[in-house]
Design a protein around this ligand. Structure first.
Ligand code: NOJ
Ligand code: CA
Length: 667
């Protein structure tokens, strides 16, 4: 105790003689192209603030940075000790993704500070400014003054220079499965990030975070005027984060774009994650999959064993045959294991991840699949019982590894994990990361449903393939509101899509729903095809029951559409109204176009100037017929070939709720 007092006194003395000797104008940093400028200053009272400007216009006014911990406070009585700068300009290769290589180019400013109080904690705010936005984080180095840190509140602010239209979902969510509604930023309630905003016709922002590995997820709520403040998802006991020095917070990120399309092509979140932590990634294989899945959501099958059980050996073999015949690498089978009987999403309900139902011969199914060059996609629904899952992780993954299953879909249908903690809490973040890391050790890829909002961790763990955390196709099977409205999928690429791949599971061909009449995909069949391009996922499902694909000419597009891309372009975009995405397949010459619209008909004259010079191509177009309409005639589609080259313009006509899917290959 005596020693502690001496240290405290020494630090307080040291704190007393530290002064901010740098003028505020010295504490600025700009993006490599000079368009984005970040400033940092300390108020006379010792509070710390940052600002962001784009092309000379203020984007964020003075916005406070502060952390309240039980053991110390940051940003209340601060003094700058040092400012250092560095720059990075490098390329890195993705294991899979929307681009094969990504440029990581930023200027960094590291502001080292000390609090002039009795503890005198030393910390740093690190800014990285890219051409497409800004990331910053708090760092607390190892030091004698502090060890354990219990964060009760992070007061990071985003003081919008002007009010803006903001697309968001409520914080009090069911696994982020909501419709992103446009609102006015200053009138938001507490919302999850990403929050995407249109400030002016030429200024778009999206606030989110990167590299959330052992912290609480970030949410935002208005804190007066047009200022938004961080609200960290708490533990059930009220604390936000348990940590210790040395610590680094996740990056707080603001994409700054002059057009909506540029939000989608920003790779800043990935650049702010650590590089790949796995030595061997040769086993990581993006792929297309089908599954015994929609049949349960539409109540043709049951998850639990019984007369209508979906996951029988025989039915799975039928799916395996179909996958092999149509170039699908995986077959998802839900309801194969014991635990589905009764109310499986009730707290305390426990699944087994190693015991199959008697009518599912897992050994035989996996042997059969291997003989056909197909793999089973494993399924682990936990019902939110995270500890029960952790206790079985090793045995469950070891079983799958022995059987040649190299991807697993996990699920957490329960508002609380282990009956106590929120998915976005530090508890949840730790659990999901443990699953990803353990899976990597067993050579298993993860498709995480009901996750914590993604933040780019797939750069570090590329076996984290895809995640839900989105109101996906399943709602078109049973939602009493009729399903996802047409605007939903033209909003997702600018909102949830900015957080990473989405396992939305597109590809329904049969819109009849005897179980919940009136609930169905609220779009045309052509739009349903286009979603496989627009909504990126390296494990991409064709979600319908296989009998609905038989003898369907449109199915050709799904069997051709890759899941791993060389390049991604966004030729046209308006949030909530329409978007066209063009992607070039990795390791090939073909381009795939997905164009989709909301409720209103739309025409996009697509310039093909991204095609190779001097090369002749043919475009196979899967488009809404002239009389198509998502409400009255959703199946009406035309399929035709057009010779094209880079000087041509391809008209894409979309019906209300419609779309167009195009495959362009060299002649
Ligand atoms: C919710 C998931 O999102 C869905 O895909 C799955 O079929 C059910 N949970 C059952 O695990
Ligand atoms: Ca779900």
């Amino acid at each position: 105790m005596k020693r502690l007092l001496i240290i405290a006194a020494a630090v307080a003395l040291a704190g007393g003689i530290i002064h901010s000797c740098l003028k505020s104008d010295a504490m600025t940093v700009s993006s490599p192209d000079g368009n984005i400028n970040v400033g940092f200053h300390v108020s006379p009272e010792g509070e710390i603030y940052y600002t962001v400007a784009s092309r000379g216009a203020t984007v964020l006014d003075s916005s406070r940075l502060a952390i309240d911990a039980r053991e110390c406070r940051l940003g209340y009585n601060a003094a700058v000790k040092n400012v250092s700068r560095s720059s990075v300009d490098e390329q890195w290769t993705t294991v899979w993704g929307e681009e094969s290589t990504i440029r990581n180019n930023y200027n960094e400013m590291r502001v080292e500070l000390c609090e002039n109080d009795s503890i005198g904690v030393e910390y740093a705010i690190v800014f990285r400014v890219f051409d497409d936005g800004v990331g910053f984080r708090y760092e607390i180095p190892s030091q004698a003054a502090i060890d354990s840190i219990t964060i009760m509140d992070e007061r990071t602010e985003f003081a919008l220079a002007e009010d803006a239209v903001a697309w968001s979902i409520p914080w009090d969510h069911e696994y982020y499965e909501h419709i992103y509604e446009p609102s006015i930023a200053s009138r938001l309630d507490t919302v999850c990030t990403p929050v995407t905003m249109k400030m002016t016709d030429s200024l778009y922002l999206s606030i989110h975070e990167a590299a959330l590995t052992d912290y609480a997820s970030m949410n935002l709520h208005p804190c007066g005027g047009t200022c938004l403040k961080t609200y960290l998802t708490p533990w059930s006991s009220g604390e936000k984060v348990f940590t210790a020095a040395p610590m680094k917070s996740p990056w707080r990120t603001v994409i700054v774009a002059s057009a909506a399309a540029d939000l989608i092509t920003s790779r800043m979140m990935l650049n702010l994650n650590d590089e790949c932590a796995l030595d061997d990634v040769s086993w990581i294989e993006p792929g297309r999959y089908i599954g015994i899945w929609w049949g349960m959501h539409r109540r043709n099958y049951t998850w639990e064993a019984g007369p209508d059980h979906g996951a029988t050996t025989e039915n799975t073999k039928r799916y395996i045959d179909f996958a092999a015949a149509n170039g699908y690498s995986g077959v998802l089978v839900e309801g194969w294991n014991r635990g589905w009987d009764g109310d499986w999403s009730a707290n305390g309900h426990l699944f087994s991840f190693t015991e199959a139902y008697p009518d599912f011969d897992i050994e035989e199914v996996c042997r059969y699949a291997a003989g056909k060059g197909v793999r089973l996609i494993g399924h682990h629904e936990t019902g939110g019982a995270a500890t029960n899952y952790e206790n079985q992780l090793d045995s469950a993954f070891a079983l799958y590894r022995r059987l040649g299953v190299n991807s697993v879909k996990t699920g957490y249908v329960n508002k609380l994990l282990d009956g106590r903690e929120l998915h976005g809490s530090q508890y949840g973040v730790r659990h999901y990361r443990k699953v990803i890391e353990t899976a990597a050790r067993y050579g298993i890829m993860i498709d995480n449903h009901e996750p914590v909002m993604p933040t780019g961790l797939q750069r570090t763990y590329p076996n984290l393939m895809t995640q839900e955390g989105v109101r996906g196709q399943e709602y078109n099977g049973w939602s009493p509101d009729g399903g996802n409205p047409p605007e939903h999928t033209v909003t997702l690429p600018f909102t949830r899509g900015l957080a990473g791949p989405m396992d939305y599971t597109p590809g329904i061909f049969n819109f009849e729903n005897k179980a919940v009449p009136g609930t169905r995909p609220q779009n045309t069949l052509a739009k349903e095809l286009a979603l496989s391009v627009v909504l990126y996922s390296p494990l991409q499902m064709s979600a319908d029951m296989i009998e609905n694909y038989e003898n369907q000419p449109a199915f050709e597009f799904l069997t051709q559409c890759p899941v791993d891309w060389e390049r991604t372009l966004v030729p046209e975009a308006k949030i909530g109204e329409y978007v066209t995405i063009a992607r070039k397949e990795r390791g090939g010459d073909r381009w795939f176009i997905g164009a989709i619209t909301g409720c209103n008909a739309h025409e996009h004259c697509l310039k093909l100037d991204f095609l190779d010079d001097g090369a002749d191509y043919v475009a196979r177009v899967f488009a809404d017929a002239g009389d198509a309409d998502y409400r009255t005639n959703p199946m009406a589609m035309e399929i035709y070939d057009v010779p094209v080259d880079r000087h041509k313009i391809l008209p894409l006509r979309m019906a209300p709720g419609g779309g167009a899917a195009v495959l362009i290959s060299k002649r």
